[in-house]
Design a binder for this molecule. Sequence first.
Ligand code: PHE
Length: 341
Amino acid sequence: MQEKFSLIKSGAQKEVELVQTTRELNDLKVKYLGKSGEITALLRGMKDIPAEKRSEFGKMVNDLKVEVGEIFDQKESKLKEKELQEKFEKEAIDITLPGKKPKTGNLHPINIVKNEIINAFSGMGFEIFEGPEIETDYYCFQALNIPKDHPARDMQDTFYIDEDIVLRSQTSTGQIRVMEKKQPPIKILSPGRVYRSDDDASHSPMFHQCEGLVVDKGISLCDLQGLLDEFVKLVFDKQTKTRLRPSYFPFTEPSVEVDVTCSKCHGKGCSLCKGTGWIEILGAGIVNKKVLENCGIDSNEYSGLAFGLGIERVTMIKYGITDIRTLFENNVKFLKQFDRR
Ligand code: PHE
């Protein structure tokens, strides 16, 4: 009997040693200690043992049960530790790997350039004024010396909401809105969207302008050129020069068209400036006396300069963009080139 017990114990020991996982160990435990296991079978056989040997036999079976149980317990804690270790190794995170950058947007080139223009003029003491995009015919045309049915309206045909309400075709509307409310000295910059019924590689039905207006005593064309010279150096580069050419706008007299030296060839002549070395960037002039009077400003005491520049135009010159439509297609590959981070 003793021998049989030892065999069971050493059998368990050997089998337990070969086990690799807790699951296998549990299966094996059932074989020895489960309901129909070998050791339980011994206990069941108690009834066939003569009464006087029964208690000794019972004690021996119990001892065996405890010993075999310990073999299993020891193995179980070893296996658990090993399995935990393996789990840790498998799930380990390499904290030295670079993280994934979340995708973020960036400013649209038009907004980048708009901010640069605003910064340049704010630095020269200009205040920002933003007028409405839906305007009356009066603010958009009549007050700017463009009467109804006047041929000068052809220069900027826009979208009419009704007879008297239009989508503004120019930010020059800002001149009137400011001068009506404020007496000189005035120094404002009015950025915003404008609309015209135009659509080709260099014109868009919606685009952005920045209007500048300075009204004070003794303002002249020299002030205008000085101001613009300073501005182009800030927005393009230090070598950029301006030149004024005579032009016509109903709300300025005299009127000029302002060119800058080409940002690509610096005046030598290239494809961007069509060989001339110069690129037109804005319209400007000395505020027409009639416009000052329309706003209740004494034109004998005060004079003013005004200029209106297209933000798309400055953006295109600055970055060598040849088709204005690329600015509105929202092609992410194009826009990402302006990500400055
Ligand atoms: N408003 C004019 C345009 O859109 C530009 C301009 C502004 C010209 C101010 C003279 C003075 O073409």
